[in-house]
Write a protein that binds this ligand. Sequence first.
Ligand code: 6GU
Length: 245
Amino acid sequence: MMNNPPLHVDVITIFPAYFEPLQLSLIGKALDKSLVTIDIHDLRDQATGVHKSVDDTPYGGGAGMVMSAVPWGAAIDQVIDAHPGVVHDLIVLTPAGEKLTQAKAHEFSTLSHLIFACGRYEGIDHRVTEFYQSQPQVRVHELSIGDYVLNGGEVATLVTLEALIRLIPGVLGNPESLVEESHSIAASDEGAPDLLEYPNYTKPPEWRGLAVPEVLLSGNHAVIKGWRSQAALTRSKKIAGQTGE
Ligand code: 6GU
């Protein structure tokens, strides 16, 4: 099966080297097969001053630096203009954004053109978000990957890309694993997993005095299925207890 036409991804960052691992493993193979195309852009190429600076002090005062709208606007315009005639989904990575969920990863995996804006420091001048929200051919998503603080959007972009690219038809060697996931994830509206995966075991049957649960060696698929459902439920309840849900 083929995504037609394949998803194109542009990433804008001051640290292009963060994205070298995209050549590895399943995503590397998906790139080789042109199931997705990814271009990485150095924001600093758009900086004009002698120091090629892309940040400045915040209006109103306070700690840290803010990324300037000027190079960001130039970089985003460039990737939009390079892909005419499609809707552009601009994903601005920020701890203040909406949380990434499996449902969002699914949605992103079906789109035509994703642009990831990786902010650093205290973030990007807010007018960048405002401006592109006003553009009819652009949808803006402010996205966070969880309740903790990273130094910038690069790692959050890698996480988001891995979550969405593996959902593109043809990327996974064994699409069965997606079917199993969708059962265990049994999407709530938010796409948050409400049932976690059951624990898995492989050979040897005994390791450091620990045996594999007997039932998994029984060959009785109905009983195994029942055991796995129960184990998934127990795990999910335990985790829910930890997070106070
Ligand atoms: Cl998208 N950016 C940063 N800087 N920190 C984060 C994040 C994003 N998501 C969670 N923490």
